[in-house]
Design a binder for this molecule. Structure first.
Ligand code: 2GN
Length: 455
């Protein structure tokens, strides 16, 4: 990171003076005290727990300073009204200071793939950084910005929406030069109520753009009402400015042509949507002066990120919300709440499979049991627990849910009941059900997802 403590204090309008300390360059910023290293700035956020409770741990781990919403003794700190707002102000300032060109991607399915493809194409010519994992919200996006290498020229930012106004905030922060909206998804898998509302929320991606910005959107009549008037708009799809033709899907690849590039392209991934995603990415490449050869080379060797928060389909038709990527108490609480808010399918149940969150230290068991507050027995029908530190949460839940609606499978150094877990889930899962899977990567819930996807 190319910024000093005093510079941060100035940008966020610190309410205190840090005069007794020499100004120091900061190494990086972290909100998870487990990730703090020597020279870092700690950011206490309110998650499942209040990050202010972990300020001492952060200093033990080598932090040089912390943000704080209250006065603290013995350590350098930057006093602010709201740590999250300060973080967002800082990221906005830092993007402008580093003169980074921003490409923003939002949409339902396909935003991650499109982001990865754009980044792969731009990487052939520019120092390019992109959103990692699911870091696409009001915390993850500024985090992504502050994690970018000092020499970054282009940044491809994924923007996710949970509530109306989310994309407005993110666009205003990032000030995108090029913005892509991928598909407007199915209403029942988001909670905006209607596809119109989803479209309206996503089109807020233009809110932070200036007049030389370029917007790329699907040629879907649902968004016509929300298109900006003073902005260059490119539509993709049948009958639009850019389109895919001669699509041929194979078992593990995809060949297609598009009016964006003269030659046919073969992607090393299946799925018809990916041809559209690749075409949009190729178009962004063209806008930024990447050669056809480089675009094709990047697409033909693309490696896609896997295993993030995503909706999948079980072989029997059930909806799977798979989130086996990052597990901390806040992320688990948030996904449980999201899962609970989405309307159930007609006649279908909600089933949650929750596994251990790792590396939570001495407080691990209590950080697991606190999830009880996010488990709604009136919405979630069945809960299945898997692990060791989560056993106490299973015990608590069984007192709250009806008999026969809570299950526990063990995973200790001695015993692993993963096979039994898979067998049981397969047995009870009906086509109308929605199932959430969440736990640390090392708990291997991805295996359960895989098993449910294949028949
Ligand atoms: O949902 S998120 O993962 N998010 C990140 C940004 O992109 C989108 C997704 C998320 C995670 C969000 Cl939105 C917000 C927060 Cl605040 C977090 C987060 O990292 N939360 C964390 C905790 C909470 N609440 S990380 C973490 C690790 N911590 C426990 C609490 C916690 C480990 C720890 C345990 C014990 C001690 C110190 C740290 C300890 N200290 N024990 N004794 N002294």
């Amino acid at each position: 990171m190319k910024i000093t403590l005093h510079e941060v204090a100035k940008v966020v309008g610190a309410k205190n003076t840090i005069s007794e300390f020499d100004d120091v360059p900061l190494h990086k910023i972290e909100f998870d005290s487990r990730k703090i290293g020597v020279g870092d700035l700690f950011l206490p956020l309110k998650g499942m727990r209040d990050g202010h409770d972990f300020i001492e741990t952060a200093f033990d781990n080598g932090a040089v300073a912390t943000f704080s919403e209250r006065e603290i003794a013995g350590h350098p700190y930057i006093l602010v009204d709201d740590c999250l707002v300060a973080f967002q102000q800082l990221a906005q300032y830092y993007l402008a200071k580093q003169r980074v060109d921003v490409i923003a991607v939002t949409g339902s399915n396909g935003k991650t793939t499109t982001k990865d493809m754009i980044a792969a194409i731009l990487s052939t010519e520019y120092k390019t950084y992109k959103t990692q994992g699911n870091y696409n919200n009001e915390i993850g996006l500024p985090y992504t910005v502050m994690q970018m290498p000092d020499d970054t020229e282009k940044i491809v930012l994924e923007m996710g929406q949970d509530h109306m106004g989310d994309i407005h905030l993110l666009s205003d922060l990032a000030k995108p030069h090029i913005a892509v909206v991928t598909l407007i998804g199915e209403a029942h898998l988001e909670f905006f109520g209607s596809r119109e509302k989803i479209a309206e929320g996503k089109l807020q991606i233009v809110d932070g753009m200036d007049s030389d910005g370029i917007l790329i959107v699907p040629s879907d009549p649902i968004i016509d009402d929300f298109l900006p008037e003073n902005q260059m708009v490119i539509r993709f799809g049948d009958g639009a400015e850019i389109f895919v033709k001669d699509l041929q899907e194979n078992k593990e690849s995809l060949t297609f042509t598009t009016n964006v590039i003269d030659r046919p392209i073969t992607l090393p991934v299946p799925g018809k949507y990916n041809a559209t995603n690749a075409m949009v990415a190729a178009y962004v490449g063209k806008l930024l002066a990447i050669s056809d050869d480089d675009i094709i080379e990047a697409l033909e060797t693309i490696e896609l990120t896997r295993n993030r928060t995503e909706w999948k389909k079980a072989a029997n038709g059930a909806d799977i919300l798979s989130d086996v990527y990052n597990a901390n108490p806040t992320a688990m609480k948030l996904i449980l709440e999201t899962f609970s808010r989405i309307p159930a399918n007609k006649g279908g149940r909600k089933i949650a499979v929750l596994a251990d969150m790792k590396e939570l230290g001495e407080q691990s068991v209590s950080l697991h049991t606190q999830m009880i507050m996010s488990l709604a027995p009136d919405v979630i029908d069945t809960v299945i627990f898997y692990g060791e530190d989560i056993a106490e949460l299973a015990q608590l839940s069984s007192q709250m849910f009806p008999i026969g609606k809570v299950y526990y499978f063990k995973k200790t150094a001695q015993e692993d009941q993963l096979e039994e877990l898979i067998k049981y889930v397969k047995e009870i899962l009906k086509p109308e059900d929605q199932i959430l899977l969440k736990g640390s990567n090392s708990m291997q819930l991805s295996k359960v997802v895989e098993e449910l996807e294949k028949d």
